[in-house]
Design a protein around this ligand. Sequence first.
Ligand code: NAG
Ligand code: NAG
Ligand code: NAG
Ligand code: NAG
Ligand code: NAG
Ligand code: NAG
Ligand code: NAG
Ligand code: NAG
Ligand code: NAG
Ligand code: NAG
Ligand code: NAG
Ligand code: NAG
Length: 386
Amino acid sequence: MLLLAALLAAAGGGGRREVSMQYNPGWNNSSVNLLHVRAVGQNDTLHYVWSSIGAPAALLVATGSQSSTLHVNWTRLLSPAPAGAIWIEPPGSVVYSTAVVFTKVFEYSKADTPEELFYPAYDLSSFSWDSINRTLNHTALTAEFLGVPASDPSGSFSNGSLAFRVTAYEANGRDGPLPSLLHTANSSKVEFVLAGVAPRGNGSRFALEVATVEEPGVARRLRSARSIDDEYTPTIFETLSLAAEARNASAALSFLQWKATAYGSRSPKREDGIRCRAHGLQAANWTLPASGVIRAYFGEGLGSAYAVSAINISFGGEDGEVYQEKRYLSWSALLGFGQPPEDTFSPLVISIMAVALGTPMALLLVGSVVVLFAQRKCYSEYEPIN
Ligand SMILES: *[C@@H]1O[C@H](CO)[C@@H](O)[C@H](O)[C@H]1NC(C)=O
Ligand SMILES: *[C@@H]1O[C@H](CO)[C@@H](O)[C@H](O)[C@H]1NC(C)=O
Ligand SMILES: *[C@@H]1O[C@H](CO)[C@@H](O)[C@H](O)[C@H]1NC(C)=O
Ligand SMILES: *[C@@H]1O[C@H](CO)[C@@H](O)[C@H](O)[C@H]1NC(C)=O
Ligand SMILES: *[C@@H]1O[C@H](CO)[C@@H](O)[C@H](O)[C@H]1NC(C)=O
Ligand SMILES: *[C@@H]1O[C@H](CO)[C@@H](O)[C@H](O)[C@H]1NC(C)=O
Ligand SMILES: *[C@@H]1O[C@H](CO)[C@@H](O)[C@H](O)[C@H]1NC(C)=O
Ligand SMILES: *[C@@H]1O[C@H](CO)[C@@H](O)[C@H](O)[C@H]1NC(C)=O
Ligand SMILES: *[C@@H]1O[C@H](CO)[C@@H](O)[C@H](O)[C@H]1NC(C)=O
Ligand SMILES: *[C@@H]1O[C@H](CO)[C@@H](O)[C@H](O)[C@H]1NC(C)=O
Ligand SMILES: *[C@@H]1O[C@H](CO)[C@@H](O)[C@H](O)[C@H]1NC(C)=O
Ligand SMILES: *[C@@H]1O[C@H](CO)[C@@H](O)[C@H](O)[C@H]1NC(C)=O
């Protein structure tokens, strides 16, 4: 019981942040999207910059000051040479910067052939995106980037769209809808949604390519954690994370974390699960992510001083038909600073374990007492014989 209380306290505690969202700060035009999420803590500020200028991306900057501010030179940002267009004042307050870019969506088919058949990839940097201004909710701290390919010769997107839904958090907690990710005030959620997009083949599966940018001396590592407890995300026992680690320390500086599942429904249930797999993390400084904000912030050093790595996350294993049927795919991931949150055993599983381990223990105890008494009785019975 004490253990249970301690675990609940650990899950509930933690710092709160004052979170605000600003759309295109300093620019009165909604033809491009830049969302600044400012999360002020006790004596630090976390800046998240989400943008669909080029490939959709999130720039994360942690600062050691409550009053650090984001600056954007819009004429430079929207020019072909955006380096230096985004910076933090005062520059000395910056503790750590990183970025995540969603570069491509692959579609492939495995139907009846040993070889995977790849269709032309969707390059997310050549999508056209709706203004997120009308989707901004300053109370729920959410926004949605909705896009379609600028040119769509196959007509796959005539009834569909691709979206990135962003949610910022002010405090620790757990999401209601599946996969019910546990989050901290240092993190935000991004949900990748394919809705109504016509597959180009029978049993099409999709994969999302994600790139990360790291400072010198920091590298991303793919971690996988398995647990016997699936109470919060039924039938899913694996949590994956791409953790940024300094070469001389193992504590994570930032992370992208997800459960090994996507869902084929707007209101996901256990049976809507779509298997999600991570393929190898690769050094990828050969292909610089075409994101305006990333180039603007990291500048010329992108790919040399700042290392780029990339990973493919695929959806649909043997059950490639789920998308065919539902025409809906949603995958959620948490993006944040510090250590990725870890699921502790749920109270239900702790009580089950307590019962499971406790019962034999009690039986053993009762058993030995009974044996002891029985032996005494035996001795007393045997004594007269002796
Ligand atoms: C922003 O632009 C709209 C129309 O384009 C205009 O009505 C509005 O006054 C402008 N706001 C500012 C603060 O310039
Ligand atoms: C965003 O929407 C608000 C109100 O809904 C409006 O006042 C503002 O001008 C819009 N911003 C841009 C850049 O269009
Ligand atoms: C917004 O910018 C685009 C491209 O820069 C331009 O075509 C459009 O006229 C601008 N809209 C407003 C309301 O200023
Ligand atoms: C931040 O604040 C906490 C307590 O509010 C304090 O313990 C810590 O030393 C402060 N850190 C810095 C870098 O000022
Ligand atoms: C913004 O960038 C442009 C082009 O690089 C430059 O000419 C201008 O001086 C910059 N503006 C500010 C306020 O720094
Ligand atoms: C914003 O989100 C809150 C809470 O989810 C909801 O009650 C409200 O209706 C939303 N506002 C808009 C404009 O959608
Ligand atoms: C789009 O939807 C309409 C009506 O729901 C349907 O008739 C049409 O075939 C769909 N097109 C594609 C490409 O799925
Ligand atoms: C898809 O499957 C249907 C029947 O299952 C078949 O008639 C059709 O030719 C297949 N299409 C392709 C592109 O393989
Ligand atoms: C790791 O190395 C950086 C410089 O590369 C240094 O500033 C930092 O103190 C080192 N951390 C540890 C724990 O050794
Ligand atoms: C890519 O990064 C590696 C390690 O950071 C470096 O050795 C290599 O020279 C880089 N390649 C290019 C083309 O910049
Ligand atoms: C992802 O998969 C596609 C198709 O196989 C491949 O072209 C691409 O290089 C892969 N990306 C990474 C980061 O492995
Ligand atoms: C959140 O970030 C702050 C500073 O950036 C750090 O002190 C704190 O430990 C982090 N919290 C978690 C739960 O990672």
